[in-house]
Design a protein. Structure first.
Length: 311
């Protein structure tokens, strides 16, 4: 199993601009020096000021702090990390394609892949917060269709610099897009999400499936469903990396609404047992969101995790 570290995440204590900068710099450096395979960032543009009132099951007292949605722009952050590191891979967990223009999406993604020396793992998603779609001028109800259209455009750009555009008089004209992604045939595309639509998109487009906070049993069951969908599209499940984004809390157990201990939280022995269970369930790649009350605590946990669980 390979491991990555998320540096913008809902469990980070860094919620101000300079805190985020410090968090990204320090955790990225520690992750690379300790042998983690990748660094990951989240994507959030804007969010409602009354987020906890609109989504009380997710945010508010006893839940996630709304301020933890304060994250730096994803591709800009990874470009900064690329310049500050040498070899560690760079991933988006996940980039919400419908928020942006497909041409600009493609140019930014390809530019990052070139400038990083081909280190990008492109995790993508279709988004979930309608208010964010409304603020970005994107159609929430068509987000799945728009995501697929953006993926089609990006994949075509990796093999063909020229595409059909439109002039003002509606006659089709040829347009050239530069640069192309460095990795061939394209950067790995990991499809984020636990829904059936995400599994279908993975079977169609994905080099990886990027699940979120599933238990080992849930992961195993979903992987079986993904294998069925791959069979329909004449793909082999072995072609697809099965990955998971999950919170790790070393030394302190966290509990879900039912009172069950969340996997990957608690003692080192419990975390090791959970890792074994995930591997037996078919997990290839774990992206850890390291819980901690401060940036220093997160770094301590990253160091401990690497010394205990990385080969």
């Amino acid at each position: 199993m390979k491991f990555g570290v998320a540096v913008t995440t809902s469990v980070t204590p860094a919620v101000t601009e300079l805190d985020q900068k410090d968090y990204v710099e320090r955790v990225s450096s520690v992750a690379e020096s300790n042998g983690f395979d990748s660094i990951w960032v989240s994507d959030r543009t804007v969010y409602p000021a009354d987020l906890s009132n609109r989504y009380p099951d997710q945010f508010g007292p006893g839940k996630n702090d709304p301020n933890t949605q304060n994250v730096l722009e994803a591709l800009t952050t990874l470009a900064y990390v690329a310049g500050a590191t040498r070899s560690i891979k760079l991933g988006t967990s996940v980039l919400v394609l419908p928020f942006r223009n497909p041409i600009l999406n493609t140019k930014m993604i390809s530019t990052l892949d070139v400038l990083s020396g081909g280190r990008l793992i492109l995790g993508i998603g279709s988004g979930w917060m309608q208010e964010e779609f409304d603020a970005m001028g994107s159609n929430y109800n068509l987000r799945g269709q728009i995501t697929d259209e953006h993926l089609d455009f990006f994949l075509n750009s990796c093999s063909n610099q020229v595409f059909s555009g439109s002039s003002q008089d509606a006659n089709r004209i040829k347009m050239r897009l530069f640069p192309q992604a460095l990795q061939k045939p394209h950067p790995p595309i990991w499809i984020g999400g636990n829904s059936r639509a995400s599994l279908l998109r993975t079977a169609r487009f994905g080099d990886g499936w990027h699940a979120i906070r599933l238990t080992p049993k849930e992961l195993k069951d979903q992987k079986i469903e993904l294998e069925k969908l791959c069979h329909r599209t004449e793909r082999n499940i072995s072609e697809i990396v099965v990955s998971l984004r999950a919170t790790v809390s070393i030394g302190q157990s966290l509990y879900d609404k039912s009172g069950e201990r969340m996997p990957l939280t608690g003692s080192l022995d419990l975390v090791q047992s959970d890792l074994n269970n995930y591997q037996e369930s078919g997990l290839d790649y774990l992206v850890v969101s390291m819980a901690g009350s401060s940036v220093n605590k997160v770094i301590e946990s990253v160091n401990l995790f690497s010394s205990e669980f990385l080969d």
